[in-house]
Design a protein around this ligand. Structure first.
Ligand SMILES: [Zn+2]
Length: 113
């Protein structure tokens, strides 16, 4: 399997050859260059980390939903305090993940370079 990068928009294509047109920016096949082994390793590496971020993000979304249910249930102040705290932390972590992924994208770490 090979990786090809669009030199116009940095889109990465996976396959045996470059696509006819870039699905992201529409650039023709000639604009694609094949990544070398070192570059390919970097892309695979950052895709793995980004995938973990997304997984964590989804779990945190669940934590927020559970916390909302707990807050609504309102059994006693001790329980509600924990649910509020959990929600607060989950929200903070989700914001941090989004910020980090934005940095990755700017640095070209979202499946590029
Ligand atoms: Zn492109």
């Amino acid at each position: 399997m090979k990786l090809f990068k669009c030199q116009v928009c940095n889109y990465i294509h996976t396959g045996n050859e470059a696509p006819e047109r870039c699905p992201k920016c529409g650039a023709p096949r000639e604009k694609f260059v094949e990544l070398n082994e070192e570059e390919t390793t970097k892309v695979v590496r950052s895709e793995f980390t980004n995938g973990l971020h997304m997984e964590l993000y989804n779990i945190l979304q669940e934590v927020e939903d559970i916390s909302d249910a707990g807050i609504e249930d309102d059994l006693d102040p001790g329980c509600v305090a924990i649910f509020h705290k959990a929600k607060e932390q989950a929200l903070l972590l989700r914001k941090m993940i989004v910020a980090e992924l934005e940095i990755h994208m700017k640095k070209g770490k979202w499946g590029v370079e």
